[in-house]
Design a protein. Structure first.
Length: 335
């Protein structure tokens, strides 16, 4: 049996579907019962609702030792660790560390105790590291500089990776994937899905910063392939292309048939807006949506290499433009 943590998230739900299509028996964890209906709707969108019924669901939070003990008493051979907290609100620093670092440590410990054959961890390009002088492209070998400016989210994912490597040192077979910005269907109220929702509703601004983008379908296919291979103790940057935010937003607008964003917003303006966001969060008791680190990232010219995974698996990624076209065509089809 295969365990998927965080099976109601974007990656976890698509991964669960992919594993079921491959004939795997899947044990899937969730925290909130309300999220199950959303995952079922996703399966239904793909015409796979019968496969949803084949999932073995178990309610458990990765930071709850007692709950996870019950999970690992099942006959689990492989673990795909997708559960994570994603937040760029500085107020969530403690929660990020607890969920992403402590939670991952728990998964590693249980994998070691119950002799799990292999663990795949979903990290992020945010945890890759930092460019040195004269370097222009981030790779799996880029070194993490603790003195550089990192978001709390990035720090928590880097800390989680340290727990994975600890597990490897103690005898656990592991593989890590570091996806870029993940594009996928069914989660328009969170992560990259917010970009689609904003553009659809006429969002007028764009930036020209760049980063790596990838479809969720490529991410889960690669996760499955590396887990079924002899690969052990390696990490892989998983991106399709490096694109500017302008290119992505314009592409989304074209596929929706709405007006493209008209105004380029400068770094100084974005930083000013992040201060307003802080002010708003303090006096209106709202969660922050634009931290200083996120504001800076929207203008960073970040280039990430996918050469290692392409060479290792002879893998061909789906172009970002095709991913966007498919997501929006599916949304329109389903009404």
């Amino acid at each position: 049996m295969v365990l998927v943590t965080g099976a109601t998230g974007l990656v976890g739900s698509h991964l669960s579907l992919h594993l079921l299509e491959k004939g795997e028996a899947v044990l899937a964890t969730y925290r909130n019962p309300k999220s199950l209906s959303k995952t079922k709707a996703l399966f239904q969108s793909y015409g796979k609702v019968k496969l949803f019924d084949a999932l073995n669901w178990i309610q458990a939070d990765i930071i709850d030792i007692s709950a996870m003990e019950l999970v690992f008493q099942q006959p689990i051979d492989e673990v795909y660790h997708c559960a994570a907290l994603i937040s760029f609100d500085p107020k969530d620093e403690e929660q990020l560390r607890k969920s992403n670092i402590e939670g991952t440590a728990n998964i590693v410990n249980f994998c070691l105790t119950y002799k799990v054959k292999k663990l795949c961890y979903v990290s992020s390009i945010a945890a890759l590291g930092n460019l040195k002088e004269n370097e222009t492209v981030l790779t799996e070998q880029s070194e993490w500089n603790p003195e550089s400016n990192h978001s709390d989210y990035a720090i928590s994912k880097y800390g989680a990776e340290m727990e994975i490597w600890r597990g490897q040192q103690e005898g656990l077979k592991v593989v890590l994937v570091n996806p870029g910005v993940i594009l996928g269907f069914g989660f328009f109220e969170q992560a990259s899905g917010v970009l689609f929702a904003k553009i659809k509703n006429g969002f007028p601004f764009y930036t020209t910063g760049s980063t790596g983008f990838v479809s969720v379908w490529d991410v889960v296919k690669i996760m499955y392939l590396v887990m079924k291979s002899d690969i052990n103790g390696e990490r892989f940057s998983v991106i399709s292309e490096n694109c500017t935010f302008k290119e992505v937003l314009f592409n989304v607008a074209e596929n929706y048939g709405v007006s493209k964003p008209k105004f380029e917003i400068s770094k100084s303006t974005t930083l000013f807006l992040s201060k307003l966001d802080w002010f708003w969060s303090i006096f209106c008791f709202q969660k922050r949506t634009l931290s200083r680190e996120l504001a800076l990232s929207l203008h960073a010219k970040e280039l990430v290499s996918n050469a290692k995974i392409v060479e290792k698996l002879d893998y061909s990624f789906e172009p970002v433009s095709e991913t966007i076209r498919y997501i929006i065509s599916l949304e329109k089809q389903l009404g």
